[in-house]
Design a protein around this ligand. Structure first.
Ligand code: NAD
Length: 476
């Protein structure tokens, strides 16, 4: 991505950070302390595979320990390197502060193409990587708690949790060493969909503010908005699916590794997702135009662009040609600092990554709390809540009988009102609340300060202030 002398990903994050701190009044020492990455551990380890030893390189970076544990995903991809892991760890610090999850920022990565290995091989590699990190407390329920990211998911998290438990047989909180686990291994309902769900909630909240929508030149609601998504993986798939199925958005473009699909009348997200699963890519999918030059579709006309794959995809080479008036950064760092300058100058509204994809870490926080409390959310109160609601329904039914034809309960009321919230409802409610509250904090800064003209700077101001307050409280 580093064409036309663009800064690296980490430098790009630092440039955006610098733009924000220039508007603040922090002591220079504290500013530097917050910006720098505390430590990055590099490990090279061998695994015997297919009759010979293969060496892998992995990283775990800790950006800020103003709160512990530190938190951040583990990525499996060939592009993983120290600069990328450090940039992602920094973004985790700011993200956690913005959405008020009580964590410092961290990130991990393994340089590997997971598609080149079968399940058993991947398990061996993942367990060995987890062993290397756990023995240095870089996986630990009270110090460092990883989660899924690109190329990893529930399966890898279950292996990591099990590896940690084998190494710490008496740790009663062992399951809290990693989040994003399957439900039967200590996970939480709604974690797999969480990041995509958070993107949906972020957009809903944006559209609840007509004055913000107007700044992008759009109007109305999400209904009927044309959306292009890059990357139909965990984040992109869930975001696109929910926006289409629940908000009436029309997914006109889907960009994947092997090109892009385009259909102005809307693509069936579920069908495309199943096609990719079965054939490894979008090529050949019926009912859509296919172009091999996928990235070109980023430049197509649409209302909302959702980059949900990798960093640096909107850069100095294509920023001028991006037509979407609203971009929501579902991926981390999809817009370089240079491209951000160009788009801001053009009036494009960007909902920044540290907010847009915070749904994952938010629900990870709920999972970690669930693991530490050793009880499923809702278990104690659900039936009690239902019993209390039953009292109201009984009274209403009495009134119904008394009033005869003059009044009756709406048909669905009883069923809906009686149902107490289970874990999934509670998780979604907590996530929705988090996304709304965080948006409002950015919105306030965006509108109240004349020197802030974009949501990213507003997000940095809110989060840096919180990190600074933590450091101050510690006496630093
Ligand atoms: P994933 O591996 O599930 O999906 C990534 C998708 O992008 C895949 O479908 C892949 O084929 C596609 N892709 C890869 N290279 C591409 C290219 N050059 N062009 C188009 N598509 C390409 O990963 P994910 O977990 O969905 O993560 C995506 C982004 O979201 C990353 O930036 C990640 O850091 C960020 N993120 C993920 C989570 C999470 O909970 N998983 C949370 C926060 C942020």
């Amino acid at each position: 991505m580093n064409q036309r002398n663009e800064p690296t990903f980490r430098e790009s994050v630092d440039l955006m950070f610098n733009r924000a701190v220039a508007l603040m009044d922090l002591p220079p020492g504290l500013e530097e302390k917050i910006r720098v990455c505390n430590a990055t551990y590099t490990v090279r380890f061998g695994v015997r595979l297919r009759g010979q030893i293969q060496t892998f390189t992995g990283y775990r970076s800790v950006h800020s320990e103003h709160m512990e544990p530190v938190k951040g995903g583990i990525r499996f991809a060939m592009g993983v390197n120290q600069d990328e892991v450090e940039a992602l760890a920094a973004l985790m610090t700011y993200k956690c502060a913005l959405v008020e999850t009580p964590f410092g920022g961290s990130k991990g990565g393994l340089r590997i193409d997971p598609r080149q290995y079968d399940e058993h091989e991947l398990e061996q590699i993942t367990r060995r990587f987890a062993y290397e990190l756990a023995k240095r407390d870089l996986i630990n329920p009270s110090q460092n708690v990883p989660a899924p990211d690109m190329g990893t998911g529930e399966r890898e998290m279950a292996w990591i949790a099990d590896q940690y438990a084998r190494m710490n047989t008496t740790d009663i909180n062992a399951r809290a060493c990693v989040t994003g686990k399957p439900l039967n291994a200590g996970g939480i309902a709604g974690r797999v969909e969480a990041t995509g769900r958070g993107v949906q909630y972020a957009l809903r909240e944006f559209f609840r503010h007509p004055e913000d929508v107007a700044r992008s030149g759009l109007s109305g609601s999400l209904d009927g908005k044309r959306v292009i998504v890059q990357g139909l993986g965990n984040v992109g798939y869930h975001a696109a699916k929910f926006l289409a199925e629940e908000d009436g958005a029309i997914i006109t473009g889907i960009i994947e590794r092997d090109g892009a699909l385009f259909n102005p009348n809307g693509l069936d997200v579920e069908a495309v997702f199943n096609w990719i699963r079965g054939r490894g890519g979008v090529t050949g999918f019926p009912d859509a135009a296919h172009t091999a030059e996928g990235a070109a579709v980023l430049e197509e006309e649409c209302d909302i662009l959702i980059p949900a794959a990798l960093e640096g995809v909107i850069n100095l080479n294509n920023a001028e040609r991006i037509k979407a008036p609203l971009i929501i950064e579902a991926a981390n760092g999809p817009i370089t600092a240079g491209a951000d300058d160009i788009l801001r100058a053009r009036g494009t509204v960007i909902i920044p990554d540290m907010y847009a994809n915070a749904g994952g870490v938010t629900v990870s926080y709920f999972e970690w709390v669930k693991n530490l409390s050793h009880i499923r959310f809702g278990r104690m109160q659900r039936r009690q809540e239902e019993a209390r609601h039953q009292l109201v329904v009984d009274e209403l039914e009495r009134l119904d009988r008394y009033l005869g034809d003059a009044w009756s309960m709406s048909p669905d009321f009883k069923k809906k009102y009686l149902r107490g919230a289970g874990e999934l409802e509670l998780v979604r409610s907590g996530l929705d609340d988090t996304m709304r509250t965080a948006y409002q904090s950015m919105h306030e800064v965006w509108h109240e300060r004349d020197d802030v003209d974009d949501l990213r700077t507003a997000a940095y101001l809110v989060s840096i202030n919180k990190v600074a307050a933590s450091y101050r409280a510690k006496g630093l």
